[in-house]
Design a protein around this ligand. Structure first.
Ligand SMILES: Nc1ncnc2c1ncn2[C@@H]1O[C@H](COP(=O)(O)OP(=O)(O)OP(=O)(O)O)[C@@H](O)[C@H]1O
Ligand SMILES: [Mg+2]
Length: 497
């Protein structure tokens, strides 16, 4: 193992981040196989500009046979008209044309539709013009006379490239989706939470999600909805702290016209909006006692009574509530109703703060690097100093604060390694300057052994328990890893191979 023991000691159980950043994209790239797959054939929309009627007809037929849509015109002036009203994937134009020449058509096309490809056809004498156009961005040129197959082959290459671009865009969009909804975490408490989340999603049980600010309470609520049979119906969230008393009731239950001053029109409430779906009552601890009474009744009866009416509307809503406060304490203080608490907390999910699961830090770091990395560029690496600062910083704002810090750093690092200076100031200052007397010295072999154990655990976490992958990350054979697991008494640990 290349890692220096002193580094590991300073970092506690953390692995150096550069390794995380370097190895991960190999498996996480969704683009890996694109080139090996047969690309779907796409049909191009082609503008053909050729003044010789025989040549024009021959080319139009050949391109048509190759399943492209061809608009064939005889001079540059008509071509310019077409460009003003239609979008083409490709223009195939002769250079020498009556009235307006091919070079003008090409340049105009560059202006109004820069993504349109252009192939020029030229006689031997005008090759210089064609070469000039290539420099300005034309795709290719053909010197007359040429075989029709030569043109078809170039058009095919353009169609392939366009299909590939489209696939890459789709893959990127898919990945973005996955990244957005993912709950990252391998700490035992997070693994248990995710398991419980999976079980509870199937039911209609009320869930109370607790955890400090930025720990992912809303993320968890959205995931429960997404995994539940209600996923096709709306997920509606309301922040109970954002509305004064009566307005909160109006928001939740809806109102009739004239129910209160300012109620000019009747309006459905959030309960109605979430019918058949899920309602997140965020910051539930801030709800007033009178509103709590009404909420309790709705939960008991499944019937909502909009303000200003006395007729109930039946709703079918799964309720998830969230708070960063200690509701038990609010109950003791007389600020929260105990009966409501038990209604809301049929299943409780607690998300531990980030500082209690330091092992998740490298995973989240990688997650956010991937999320914020600049398109088309490799995942940025993280310098050891920057990593030390991240590891030392308490992150009272939890995962949200970490996400913001990484976004900040990725922007400042401009695709290069993330250094200490790229982190927000508070975090950059968190690097503990170790002094010689800071850490009591232990025998070297103990320190190395501990470092090795921590390093292996980290690799297993990053590899999500897959031993083959963990061995790859560590740069050792699978057999060697197996021996080390035994030596460290880890062979029964949470590994799935
Ligand atoms: N485990 C996680 N994996 C990936 N992203 C996470 C995780 N936890 C939180 N996040 C991200 O951190 C940000 C904050 O999460 P969220 O809004 O769910 O927190 P919260 O607990 O509701 O915070 P608050 O109490 O301040 O409302 C979001 O961008 C979310 O996607
Ligand atoms: Mg929230």
């Amino acid at each position: 193992m290349k890692q220096e023991p002193c580094l590991t000691r300073m970092l506690g159980s953390f692995a150096p981040p550069a390794r995380v950043a370097r190895v991960a994209p190999v498996t996480s790239s969704p683009f890996g196989n694109v080139h090996h797959r047969e690309l779907s054939l796409i049909s191009l929309n082609i503008l053909l500009v050729e003044d010789d009627p025989d040549v024009r007809a021959a080319l139009r037929d050949a391109l048509g046979d190759a399943k492209h849509a061809v608009d064939a015109v005889g001079d540059g002036a008509v071509a310019l008209e077409r460009l003003g009203t239609q979008v083409f994937d490709l223009i195939v134009t002769d250079l020498r044309l009556p009235k307006v020449d091919g070079l003008t058509v090409f340049r105009r096309a560059r202006e109004i539709a820069p993504s349109t490809d252009v192939i020029l056809m030229t006689s031997f004498g005008a090759v210089a013009d064609a070469v000039a156009a290539l420099k300005e961005g034309a795709y290719d040129y053909l010197t007359k006379p040429f075989e029709v197959e030569e043109l078809i082959a170039r058009v095919r290459a353009i169609a392939d490239r366009r299909a590939l671009t489209r696939e890459l865009q789709e893959a990127r969009a898919q990945l973005a989706g996955a990244v957005d909804g993912a709950i990252v975490g391998a700490a035992p408490a997070m693994v248990r939470l995710l398991e419980r989340l999976g079980t509870v999603a199937d039911s209609d049980a009320s869930v109370l999600v607790t955890g400090e600010t930025g720990t992912g309470k809303e993320l968890v609520a959205r995931r429960i909805h997404a995994k539940s049979p209600r996923h096709a119906a709306p997920f509606v969230a309301i922040n109970c702290a954002a509305f004064p008393d009566t307005l909160l009731e109006a928001e939740l239950f809806g109102y009739e016209r004239g129910a209160f001053t300012g109620a000019a029109r009747r309006r459905d409430g959030r309960f109605k909006a979430a019918d058949k779906g899920t309602l997140l009552l965020d910051e539930i601890a801030e709800m007033s006692l009178p509103a709590q009474v009404k909420l309790l009744r709705v939960l008991q009866e499944g019937i909502v009574e909009p303000l200003g009416t006395n007729t109930g509307v039946k709703v079918d809503v799964r309720v998830i509530s969230a708070t960063h406060r200690d509701l038990k304490r609010r109950i003791a203080e007389g600020l929260f109703r105990e009966d409501l608490y038990y209604r809301l907390n049929v299943v409780g999910l607690h998300i531990p703060p980030l500082r209690e699961r330091p092992g998740d830090l490298p995973l989240l770091l990688h997650h956010f690097l991937r999320h914020y990395q600049r398109p088309g560029e490799p995942l940025p690496e993280v310098s050891v100093a920057a990593w030390q600062a991240l590891a030392a910083y308490p992150f009272l704002g939890n995962v949200r604060e970490l996400g913001h810090a990484i976004q900040h750093a990725v922007v400042l690092a401009r695709g290069k390694t993330i250094e200490l200076a790229h982190l927000p100031d508070d975090i950059a200052r968190a690097v503990a300057a170790p002094t010689l007397t800071d850490t009591p010295l232990r025998p070297l072999h103990n320190a190395v052994k501990e470092a090795e154990r921590a390093h292996i655990l980290k690799a297993l976490a990053i590899a999500q328990g897959k031993r083959t992958r963990a061995a790859e990350i560590l740069g050792i054979s699978r057999k060697n890893l197996w021996e080390k697991l035994r030596a460290h008494d880890l062979s029964d640990s949470d590994v799935d191979e």
